[in-house]
Ligand binder design. Structure first.
Ligand code: FAD
Ligand code: S2G
Ligand code: ZN
Length: 480
């Protein structure tokens, strides 16, 4: 269990009683209250199997009112809860640590409205991202975010983790694309900020409190989000690059040569791609190179765009920044190459345990940490790096045959100290969750942490929402 592996003590929350189960069954239909051990197990284990909780019950509400009744009851009875979407989170935030009650939003998956002129989509929090993308595409729109977990992650989870992903370079982050949120506070109060206006400057911008709060300030039940126009022309380039210095030069050149049509600039080192191609039985469309770059363009004119991308390819092969590459506008080929990039996340899990890091760094230092870690880790594990160059966000994975305290001690807090030294962030897009509260001080100063605690205290005074996550316990020295 996580509590043993990460040495955490259970706080004095209530313990689930049969009367509680009866109450939940009176609010939800019988089939939406899971108590059978085998039914509940998968909801206790996170996607990368880093964390395992001991919850005895999973509740699957269908309406905001049911969420409100459940929370008000749990708050009165001091029963801790763990809000859960698609359970694809990577920092242990989506599963209980002890016996917290899991509230899973899977049944809140209705699309409420779509204004295909403004692009404003209103839907329930449990809608799966890929389903939403397919739905809005029929109306010549796309979702403003895309990530490898799109097949399972919920829009409510994306908002709660402020997910970044593969399209952020072009479409910005959720603080920009989310128009409104409905959420339920710990005491059951429904906060209705579900507006679809692009501009509404009336008072505090409360929806932003819930974006990235990882289930600790409220349960997001509905979302209003701005969907950009479906690009008429999509092209993709997959290139081999000699070294990281050239990769950065290529990034600068892509921004100036492709300009407004650039929609993604992703990198992966040789180990990331070779491990993924091998473990996931995929085929690499180009040869074996030290670094790979994936560039996607979203434009409005097929001929213009592919001409531009092909000119970029020949110009940069000429300059030597690109060793080899392929450019395509065929949807199937584009999907295949994206699939390689999106499969890196899970590739290391196939034959071992993966320590995952998701950090923001100044671009000049973007890849240094991979090399530093390789020296430090030696032959104990494989270290590889990939990610969203345009966001300054690299994912460093350390994959070993199995988890070991020795390897954990070599990696943490070392990696976070290194990130802090260059003014980076210990979590670029995955959030803090359960695995990083003790390191949040590397990226948040005391005054900011105190304000976070004040907000948490005012919104969830009994601390029942996703305890043990995001906020570190107040260190004894600071306790007044
Ligand atoms: P969950 O994992 O269920 O929950 C995540 C957090 O949000 C938890 O703290 C949970 O308590 C809280 N939560 C969930 N739903 C609600 C709600 N309705 N109200 C309140 N709190 C809630 N992340 C990125 O940012 N960028 C990527 O590129 C990316 N790629 C990924 C690729 C793969 C293959 C995988 C497995 C994961 C990837 N992730 C990525 C991480 C993960 O997919 C995101 O964090 C995603 O937003 C989580 O959504 P979810 O619905 O699975 O949430
Ligand atoms: C990505 C996925 C999770 C990881 O692929 O962009 O966010 O760190 C990551 O492997
Ligand atoms: Zn990512």
């Amino acid at each position: 269990f996580s509590s043993e592996k990460y040495a955490v003590k259970r706080k004095n929350f209530g313990i689930l009683k049969s009367a509680d189960v009866e109450y939940f069954k009176s609010v939800l239909s019988e089939d939406r209250v899971l108590t059978d051990e085998s039914d509940v197990l998968p909801f206790n284990i996170d996607w990368i199997k880093n964390c395992r909780g001991q919850s005895k019950i999973v509740l699957k509400p269908k309406t905001t009112d049911e969420v409100s009744q459940i929370l008000s009851y749990c708050n009165k009875n001091r029963l801790a809860v763990c809000p859960q979407g698609g359970n694809t989170g990577l920092v242990g935030g989506s599963v209980p640590v002890f016996d917290e009650i899991v509230i899973n939003l899977v049944h809140m998956n209705k699309i409420i409205s779509l204004d295909d002129i403004s692009g404003a989509l209103v839907c329930e929090a449990g809608c799966i991202l890929e389903n939403l993308d397919n739905y809005v595409r029929d109306h010549n729109l796309i979702m403003p975010l895309d990530l490898g977990a799109k097949g399972s992650c919920h829009i409510g989870g994306n908002i709660s983790t402020n997910a970044g992903g593969l399209r952020l370079l072009r479409y910005g982050n959720l603080h920009g694309s989310v128009l409104g949120i409905e959420a339920v506070k710990a005491d059951g109060t429904v906060v209705d900020c579900l507006r679809t206006l692009k501009k509404d400057n009336t008072g505090y911008h409360l929806k932003h409190l819930f974006i990235g709060s990882e289930g600790t300030l409220g349960v997001v039940t509905k979302v209003a989000i701005h969907c950009p126009a479906l690009p008429k022309a999509v092209s993709l380039g997959f290139f081999g690059v000699e070294n990281f210095e050239n990769l950065l030069k290529l990034y600068k050149s892509a921004k100036s040569s492709l300009g407004e049509i650039l929609s993604a600039f992703e990198m992966a080192d040789n180990k990331s791609i070779s491990l993924t191609v091998e473990n996931c039985k995929l085929s690499n469309p180009i040869g074996d190179y030290p670094f790979y770059v994936l560039i996607e363009t979203h434009g409005s004119d097929e001929t213009h765009d592919s001409e531009k991308l092909n000119r970029f390819l020949s110009q940069e092969m000429e300059s030597g920044l690109i060793l080899d590459g392929t450019v395509t506008s065929e949807p199937a080929k584009i999907k295949n190459i994206w699939h390689i990039r999106e499969s890196i996340a899970g590739a290391g899990l196939i034959n071992g345990y993966v320590f995952k890091y998701d950090v923001s760094l100044p671009l000049r230092n973007y890849y240094d940490l991979v090399l530093t870690l390789r020296t430090r880790v030696g032959d104990r594990a494989r270290v590889y790096g990939y990610g969203h160059v345009g966001d300054g966000n690299i994912h460093i994975n350390v994959s070993a045959s199995k988890y070991s305290k020795e390897l954990y001690a070599i990696l943490e807090p070392f990696i976070y100290e290194e990130v802090a030294k260059v003014g980076g962030s210990i979590s670029a897009e995955h959030g803090v969750g359960f695995r990083k509260p003790q390191f949040i001080h590397y990226s948040k100063d005391k005054t900011a942490l105190q304000l976070m605690r004040d907000l948490k205290q005012s919104m969830d005074p009994n601390g029942i929402l996703n305890p043990y996550k995001v906020l570190p316990d107040v260190p004894d020295i600071e306790k007044d």
